[in-house]
Ligand binder design. Structure first.
Ligand SMILES: [Zn+2]
Length: 531
């Protein structure tokens, strides 16, 4: 499996401190073999995964945990993931037979200059040791996921567990008697490696569950695998439908998406059963990159209102984002009554959305809920390709993708300007709008839509020469990738010597007819010598 190494990434740690939960910390891992991948594809989370769990210890810090201890817990993790995914992912787990002795004492790793360096050093040495016996290397080798298990050290890793988002890599380093050998902790860290961020809570203080003045409380959705591992002691936890859909565990066809204003009724089935089938979630775009995801849980027997209501979160267009649980009742106090009950209505007036559970029914494990959704506005996104160029909507100017909530069928003017500068020697020229239309035109969408202004790139070709001749073509803007023939014609008293070219695709040499390719701004200078 390919390892992506994008420029930025996240490493996410789990804080487990008895019952207390600290605020969350996240770190960018920008480079190296364990750099995060913020956009993992579905194949990363689907199918049978080969997992290597590398047991390590330090010269100054031995482990008391045996191979069998690890195997027992990893089997519990495996069973959870099979349940979470309706059997769409599974794990073939190898726990190393040997506890590898790291080449340095624990203090060496704990005192590296930052967490990224510390985690990289730990994994480098764990992989190097295990590679003597298993087909593993810094690409993961034959493995889809690789965990480094070591006795709890502090310093940079802070006696906490970590994972690199959307990659193969996780580090289990936890205090307490189980020292991280716990399916909550390993399952959580592997959740990050699979590509989930934290399950959080939208906490408001004005009585409105979806108040814009609320704030995101990281880890606050304790119904979820990706909340604080310390809070998820019950076996009822699961991933939310948004993440499951991203992972490919829920099909596109199992998500009802509201794409136009209107009143709709859907029957959804519980998503937290290993045998869940049918429609499992409703997605309602809010127009700002967030979406309502509505599902029903029927596993949480210790939370009666969760057993009868709708579980509602905001999931995002971007996977590498925390989800946000909506606490529909007494928002701001506790989330035991977060679920929206039959007959209640959640009203998100600024976004023109209401959600009303109408009825529940069905027998275990096929419980269902009928939900009515009303939306007033079309959600319209306007953007440019390449991103970041200037456009206007109804006369207002924007320089980044923008989403609008409009009354269905209302008329609006989208426009852009051309050309636009991309810096010295670079400009962008408008080609078309997705969906057609002139550079400035009116639209009146009745369904959710994205309008993209597409631009072509041009580079400036500077042609120059010293005395005694002419060159062709003249200086000017050329399309990116265009092939241009250049030539130099000496006057009668001169002869051509050479071209000196600078820029991607330029020509330097003694042929007076040559070809260049516009890979960037180019300057070509012809030199002529007096006879
Ligand atoms: Zn975490």
């Amino acid at each position: 499996m390919k390892i992506a190494t994008p420029a930025i990434g996240l490493v996410i740690k789990t804080l487990v401190m008895a019952a207390a939960i600290s605020s969350a910390l996240a770190l960018d891992i920008k480079t190296g073999p364990y750099a995060s991948n913020l956009t993992p594809t579905r194949d990363h989370s689907l199918g049978l995964k080969q997992v290597l769990f590398i047991r390590t210890q330090f010269p100054d810090l031995p482990t008391s945990k045996r191979q069998a201890d690890c195997q027992t817990v990893m089997e519990q993790v495996r069973q959870r993931y099979v349940r979470f995914s309706y059997g769409r992912t599974d794990m073939n787990v190898t726990v190393t037979a040997v506890t590898y002795m790291m080449p340095h004492p624990s203090t060496y790793y704990a005192t590296q200059r930052n967490l990224e360096v510390c985690l990289t050093a730990l994994m480098n040495d764990a992989v190097a040791a295990a590679s003597a016996d298993y087909p593993v290397d810094q690409t993961g080798g034959s493995y889809d996921f690789v965990g480094d298990y070591f006795p709890p050290i502090v310093g940079q890793v802070g006696s906490e567990s970590w994972a690199s988002f959307g990659t193969k890599w996780f580090w289990i380093n936890q205090g307490g008697t189980d020292q991280g050998l716990n399916p909550r902790i390993i399952g959580h860290e592997m959740g990050h490696a699979y590509g989930s961020h934290h399950a959080s809570l939208w906490q408001t203080s004005d009585g409105d569950p979806v108040s814009a003045t609320g704030k995101l409380v990281e880890y606050g959705d304790t119904y979820d695998q990706m909340a604080a591992a310390g809070g998820s002691t019950q076996p009822y936890i699961d991933f939310n439908p948004w993440v499951k859909w991203h992972f490919g565990w829920i099909d596109d066809a199992q998500v009802a998406i509201v794409t136009a204003p209107g009143t709709y009724q859907f029957r959804i089935f519980r998503f937290d059963s290993a045998t869940a089938t049918g429609l499992l979630a409703i997605k309602i775009p809010r127009g700002d990159g967030s979406n309502y995801w509505i599902g029903i849980r029927r596993n949480w027997v210790t939370k009666p209102l969760e057993m009868t209501g709708a579980y509602i979160i905001w999931g995002y267009d971007v996977l590498a984002h925390n989800s946000a649980l909506i606490d529909c009742n007494t928002p701001g106090s506790n989330i035991s009554d977060s679920a929206l009950q039959v007959g209640q209505t959640l009203n998100d007036a600024p976004h023109g959305i209401t959600i009303t559970p109408l009825a529940i029914g069905g027998n275990d494990p096929n419980q269902y809920m009928d939900v009515q959704v009303t939306t007033l506005f079309t959600q319209v996104t306007v953007q440019t390709n390449p991103a970041g160029l200037t456009f206007t909507v109804d006369g207002s100017t924007y320089a980044a993708a923008q989403t609008f909530s409009w009354d269905s069928g209302s008329s609006h003017t989208i426009a852009t300007i051309s050309p636009q500068s991309g810096g010295t020697g670079v400009r962008y020229v408008w080609k078309n709008w997705s969906g057609g239309g002139a550079i400035s035109h009116s639209v009146a969408p009745t369904t959710n839509k994205t309008y993209t202004a597409n631009f072509g790139t041009q580079y400036y070709l500077t042609m120059s020469h010293n005395t005694g001749s002419t060159v062709t073509p003249a200086s000017g803007w050329k399309a990116s990738g265009a092939t241009i023939s250049i030539s130099a014609t000496p006057s009668s008293l001169y002869h051509f010597t050479n071209w000196l070219g600078t820029g991607s695709g330029s020509y330097t040499g003694t042929n007076n007819r040559a070809s260049i390719t516009m890979g960037g701004p180019i300057t070509e200078t012809a030199t002529f010598t007096h006879n």
